[in-house]
Ligand binder design. Structure first.
Ligand code: PLP
Length: 687
């Protein structure tokens, strides 16, 4: 932030939430200590608390240019939006109950709205038993509402829900134009504006536009979490969502979260006194913010020349940059940025955990390829120049890190796009290496190309489709590439051998069905153990979603049955251990960091693990895990070694530990929650 000390990580996810402005933190802490009284209490202390609340109200009214009575404090924008929608729809529910006919039966919401709006609409339509249909207002390629659609639908409409600024793209909606269309309708519907991302960024003229309700959130504007605002135009229908103690003049019961409210009040106070030209103020001016966007976008283009921006800069707030790097999946991009201490997100914070493509970009007609690689960088009005400079420096280093990340000497690299795997088998020559490509990973071809380029390799052979019926792919056919020989042992299976080393056989199957078609008898003839690789793991249980399976077919748990066998469950129990448990149960274990090279700090990829465990850690990227497995199968036939796998958040390390268990290492563990938990516990920055 402009005013204070920053952590080492560069936080560019301000649309998800902002840090606290220090005046807000101070106000909240002072309130926790000194104004702990209940604002509804009649005594002196209660009155002091009440004064604080009312001062917050008058500041909010001042910032929004509305009347004091039009402001209601809530817990956040989700509650504000629900209250507004419940208020707008309740009168119609009463009409339905009293048997009246409803002339208008449509509610409209923008196709790019934050999920809270459509979800609240569906929820209240169903719970109030209304015969309403919720329709999405389509948007243009630039993310603007199609006003012709709005105009056409207005006659049947009772409520229109729009937003001021989009949380994923930063697109500023033309609310002047929406107001014009609304004014033209004979019987004007009610209008809710989700103004969460607009507050402090664009002028909001609710009275002039004729908006009935507007929702705001404290934690998006440098105030604490747990406080929000609802603007309700005088005379607009109102129905409290929460009833009880009668706070907020009976419009929102529940004892106020006064410390959070004090924090919000402090932020609003800063806005009210802010002089845009005062460099010592808490917030950057509009021209400074625009300049920051230019700096950041130049740095991004420097590292990723193929990068495309997903929203036009002229019609979006400068603090949000939504971009795609075609060919690189969003999740990979996020890990790459995070590995260099920059925190971004793939879209709305609520959606990012579900890893679905953005409905906002989909509505704008963004191509599937760009959708898959979309990322949001968002900074705030209080982001400091020092942070931006450091962010730009790190971003400029990303391109090089991406290239360096694939320059390993691994003999086998697995490239995966989450559904399909393909495997590059590489010979050892430094000068000109031969590569054999098995399988095809449509969405991650860029990575295959990168590995090939970084190793100066020539793809001498490729089996892109194991199901191919072509003559070229006859059973028995051999493809040789450097020291690798791929023999087609069945229509859907290849056996790989490496000529220069007495290796464990590797069999590559199209998918799990192909694997099961080869009865255990077939596989028993192969020496045990055999490493089985899968090109596609669709249909496998989540816990098997790694391309490797051990040669232990009789116990192999097939996903379609939905049941793993008991022994697996027993095995699972102690697979993920906390840091303390590791200290007790596996104090001497070999620590293996399975993060990819490009995710790690260029100076020392093992640093975090080493610092915490107090001993050297091996780095074994998951994409090269087959090499590790083949090596260990040779080196440790008695399966005596103990391993602790670690990664960022514990998912990939658990997969690595499972694979080793399946191959007989009973002492393979994973650090539960990953290194990020350790960093948190000891207040360490991520680098
Ligand atoms: N609307 C928009 C545009 C948002 O960005 C968010 C938060 O992500 C919300 C609503 C929900 O806000 P809150 O977290 O205060 O409930």
């Amino acid at each position: 932030m402009k005013e204070g000390k920053r952590p080492k990580g560069i936080y560019f996810d301000c649309n998800a939430t902002t840090p606290l402005l220090s005046v807000a933190a101070q106000a909240a802490i002072a309130t926790l200590h000194d104004r702990f009284a209940n604002p509804s209490s009649a005594h002196w202390e209660g009155c002091r608390a009440q004064r604080l609340r009312e001062s917050a109200r008058s500041r909010a009214a001042g910032v929004l240019g509305v009347d004091l009575t039009e402001i209601i404090f809530t817990s956040g924008a989700t509650e504000s939006a629900h209250t507004a929608i419940f208020s707008a729809l309740s009168p119609f529910a009463r009409q339905v109950r009293s048997g009246q006919r409803l002339d208008r039966r449509v509610v409209l919401y923008g196709a790019t709205e934050h999920k809270v709006v459509p979800e609240a609409l569906f929820h209240w339509i169903e719970h109030l038993g209304l015969p309403f249909e919720a329709r999405a207002i389509p948007v243009s390629a630039e993310g603007q509402y199609q006003l012709s659609f709005l105009r056409r639908e207005l006659a049947d409409c009772v409520l229109v829900c729009t937003m001021a600024v989009n949380n994923e793209t930063g697109v500023i909606q033309n609310l002047d134009a929406v107001a014009g269309v609304m004014a033209s309708s004979r019987e004007r519907p009610l209008w809710l504006v989700d103004a969460v991302q607009g507050l402090g960024k664009i002028p909001l003229r609710f009275a002039e536009w004729g908006v009935d309700y507007a929702a705001f959130s404290g934690h998006k504007v440098y105030a604490p979490k747990g406080v929000g605002l609802l603007y309700v135009r005088q005379g607009a229908p109102f129905q409290p969502l929460l009833v009880g103690g009668g706070q907020e003049s009976g419009r929102r019961s529940g004892t106020e979260a006064l410390p959070a409210l004090a924090g919000l009040s402090a932020v609003l106070g800063e806005w009210l006194k802010e002089d845009a030209n005062d460099p010592s103020g808490a917030f950057r001016s509009a021209s400074e913010l625009a300049h920051i966007r230019e700096q950041l976008s130049a740095a991004l283009l420097h590292s990723f020349p193929q990068l495309v921006f997903n929203a036009p800069f002229e019609a979006s707030v400068p603090t949000t940059i939504n971009f795609s790097v075609p060919g690189i999946e969003s999740t990979d991009l996020l890990l790459l940025f995070e590995g260099h201490g920059i925190f971004l997100s793939a879209g709305s914070a609520c959606q990012s955990e579900k890893s679905r493509p953005s409905h906002v970009l989909e509505a704008m007609g963004v191509s599937p390829e760009r959708l898959r690689s979309a990322v949001r960088l968002s900074f705030g009005a209080a982001t400091s120049f020092a942070e931006v400079e450091e962010g730009c420096r790190r971003i400029r280093g990303l391109g090089a890190a991406l290239r360096a990340g694939v320059s390993s000497t691994a003999r086998v690299v697995c490239v995966s796009d989450g559904q399909q795997n393909c495997f590059l088998f590489l010979s050892e020559e430094a000068e000109r290496c031969d590569a054999l490509l098995i399988g095809r990973c449509a969405h991650a071809d860029w990575r295959v190309a990168q590995v090939v380029a970084a190793r100066n390799a020539v793809v001498g052979g490729s089996c892109a489709d194991l199901h191919s019926e072509s003559e070229q792919m006859r059973v028995g056919l051999q493809l040789t590439c450097g020291n690798w020989v791929a023999t087609r042992v069945a229509q859907d299976a290849l056996q790989l051998t490496h000529l220069s080393a007495p290796t464990i056989p590797v069999l590559v199957f199209k998918n799990v069905e192909a694997l099961l078609r080869h009865s255990s008898a077939d596989l028993e003839t192969a020496s045990s153990p055999t490493v089985l690789l899968l090109e596609s793991w669709a249909g496998l249980e989540r816990r098997w979603s790694l391309p490797f399976v051990a040669n232990r077919l009789p116990q192999f748990p097939v996903a379609t049955s939905g049941e793993g066998c008991d022994t697996d469950q027993v095995q699972e129990q102690d697979l993920e251990l906390s840091f303390d448990q590791i200290g007790r149960q596996a104090p001497e274990a070999c620590v293996v960091d399975v993060r990819e090279r490009s995710e790690c700090s260029p100076s020392s990829p093992y640093l975090v693990a080493e610092k915490h465990f107090g001993r050297p850690a091996q780095h074994q990227p998951l994409s090269e895990f087959i090499c590790f497995l083949l090596r260990k199968l040779n080196e440790d036939p008695g399966r005596a070694q103990t391993f602790v796998f670690v990664c960022r958040s514990g998912g990939r390390s658990a997969l690595a530990a499972r694979v080793l268990r399946d191959f007989g290492w009973h002492n393979a563990f994973s650090l539960r929650g990953g290194l990020s938990c350790l960093s948190l516990a000891s207040e360490q920055p991520p680098l």
